[in-house]
Design a protein around this ligand. Sequence first.
Ligand code: COA
Length: 161
Amino acid sequence: MKKGIGLKSADIRLVAVTEANRVLVAALGLAPEQMNFVASNAESLEEAETDGDAQPRVIVAGDRVVGFLMYEAPRDNDEARIYRFMIDRASQGRGYGKAALREVLDEIKRLGHVGHVSICYEPDNEAARNLYRSAGFVEEGLDEDGEMIADLALAARTDEP
Ligand SMILES: CC(C)(COP(=O)(O)OP(=O)(O)OC[C@H]1O[C@@H](n2cnc3c(N)ncnc32)[C@H](O)[C@@H]1OP(=O)(O)O)[C@@H](O)C(=O)NCCC(=O)NCCS
């Protein structure tokens, strides 16, 4: 198996949380100035245990756990929501976030009942804004907590020039 830097984004996989990888997920970290952008993974893992809609996914590059994300896509709703997304600070800037976003959007599309995906982030989170914009998300404005909401229409994507 290939290792370390030099991995292509195609080597990114999303896997379920297991007893074996959960401790690695909880150990992933962010730079101090990124800490308020997303809840801690330990909190998210705990939350996922009691929320039946939560779909937590571990982001794996080759054989390394490099990030974590969580979404929900209830069957009775055509909207999915990605509400946790992070890449460990030591692995940022190598295309893993972009590849993981592509993977989770593919997974959501395959569910078959989702028409659009929403995501939210702090308005000063430039990395998140750029990443989501490059995937086609369109900013819709701030919610009542001052977070930016962005939306991606899945069906419309193939209609784009
Ligand atoms: C946002 C985050 C997930 C991006 O992951 P990443 O693996 O570093 O991103 P990638 O290397 O795949 O870069 C993808 C795109 O994101 C944008 N981006 C990434 N880092 C950036 C930075 N420091 N400044 C500006 N844009 C950035 C760029 O548009 C980049 O595309 P490009 O390289 O073609 O220009 C990561 O920075 C992170 O975990 N941040 C802290 C937690 C967070 O903010 N999560 C989002 C909460 S909603």
